[in-house]
Write a protein that binds this ligand. Structure first.
Ligand code: ZN
Length: 438
């Protein structure tokens, strides 16, 4: 593998408290040198990527995405999903187990890992099921899944309504030190629900999903985490009430972490006006007030990380009546561009945003797979380079993802991923970036 020198960018690495203009050297797939100013590598033969005016940071780590393989390859495959991830600056993606068959045993986890090794352009870390067949009845073979290398357990897409099952799972999580990721939704309150419950749902004549449907299960899971001492991670937090519940739980020392998606941080329920099925997502887009609480939560570390919940669907899936469309947004390729608006508006410091996409998610999965989310010397060279000042139009035709389902299609974003390096290899590069031989 040829040595690569990234010269002259603004290097931001929250894991080491670094924010300086300098250079980064990648040798044999690892970070081998980092420092201020320009540098000349000791080896004679290397490539140079000039990063003047660009931000150079650790590759993003996504704790929540749907790669759809096996079973739903018409929506996404590991090959297309990881290409989309690379275009979005993600170098590690954790895939949810709601495939067909689901990832509830060693054989399916091995299958995903083998396809990822052959066809994945970035690192794929599978999440195993909590329950057998995701039916919410009995625990999956959690020990077997842990030895197969899953990094967490989740029945995402379906909430585990049986409190006893979550209690057992949390108990088990202590032994293997892997988090239980819960999709918090009281389905007795969300059945038939299409969007956030409020004035807009009434006006549109769509059945609403109240904040309480999420908060009830968040409260229950926090109580169970306290009871068991197990590690709980709350998926896609969307409401002010959930943020408050998690804040209090953390204050009591309960082992909980939480995530929020780019769309829940940047879009409100108003996106649904006009019945755009691409804005139909579960949990639903909420209100400005919820968004403010989520941003405040991020700043105070009540919400630990940002995760995409990349959920690709085919155009045919989404071209139908609002009520019939599946939930989900294709999120990898617009994540950074949409999130950077929060930085531009002064709502979130840039280093906080980068930490929530790199070091913090890596910490939740225990960094068992080598040093992720950092540019520390010796760590795998997972690097994202982005331009903080470049207008671009979201054109779903050029998406690598099979999922073109985004409510941001046609909108202008200002920050663009220019290059992504995964384990030392340049896996994505914008046309305007050139890599030259020394
Ligand atoms: Zn979910």
């Amino acid at each position: 593998m040829k040595t690569l020198l990234i010269q002259g960018g603004r290097i931001i690495d929250p894991s080491q408290g670094i924010d300086e203009t300098g250079s980064l050297l990648i040798t044999d797939g690892k970070i081998s040198w980092l420092g201020r100013g320009e540098m000349t590598p000791p080896q004679p033969d290397y490539d140079v990527l000039h990063a003047q005016g660009l931000i150079v940071c650790p590759g993003f780590v996504d704790l929540h995405c749907h790669l759809r393989q096996p079973g739903f390859e018409e929506k996404e495959t590991i090959a297309t999903g990881t290409k989309a991830a690379a275009r979005g600056g993600f170098t590690t993606v954790c895939c949810m187990p709601n495939t067909e068959p689901p990832l509830d045993n060693q054989a399916t986890v091995d299958y995903v890992k083998s396809i990822a090794a052959k066809e994945g352009v970035v690192r794929v870390l599978p999440i195993g099921c909590i329950s057998k067949g995701r039916r919410g009845e009995e625990l999956a073979e959690m020990g077997e899944l842990a030895s197969a290398g899953v990094i967490a357990y989740s029945d995402d897409g379906e909430p585990a309504l049986d409190s006893r099952l979550i209690r057992q799972a949390l108990d088990y999580s202590r032994a293997v030190d892997l988090p239980i990721i819960d999709h918090c939704e009281d389905t007795s309150l969300t059945k038939g629900g299409q969007m956030n419950e409020g004035i807009i749902s009434t006006r549109l004549g769509l059945q609403g999903i109240p904040n309480a449907a999420e908060e009830i299960i968040v409260a229950r899971d926090l109580a169970l985490a306290q009871l068991t001492g197990g590690r709980l991670h709350i998926a896609h937090t969307t409401t002010e009430g959930s943020v408050e519940l998690i804040r209090r739980a953390k204050g009591k020392g309960i082992k909980v972490t939480a995530e929020v998606t780019p769309h829940h941080l940047t879009l409100t329920e108003e996106k649904v006006t006009g019945y755009d099925t691409n804005a139909k997502v579960n949990p639903p887009l909420r209100t400005k007030k919820d968004i403010q609480a989520l941003i405040q939560g991020l700043k105070e570390n009540v919400i630990d990380i940002i995760a995409t919940d990349h959920a690709p669907h085919t155009e045919a899936d989404k071209q139908c009546d609002f009520a019939l469309a599946p939930f989900g947004i294709s999120g990898f390729e617009t994540a950074l561009g949409s999130l950077m608006k929060l930085v531009r508006n002064g709502q979130l410091p840039l280093t906080t945003l980068i930490a929530k996409l790199t070091y913090e998610p890596a910490r939740i999965i225990g960094n068992k797979f080598g040093e992720l989310g950092t540019l520390a010397i010796g760590a795998p060279a997972d690097v994202t380079i982005f331009d903080p000042d470049m207008d671009w139009v979201v054109d779903t035709k050029v998406f690598a993802s099979k999922g073109k389902n985004t409510p941001l299609a046609g909108s202008v974003l200002k920050d663009k991923v220019m290059a992504t390096i995964s384990r030392g290899k340049l896996v994505y590069k914008d046309e305007s970036i050139s890599v030259k031989e020394s």
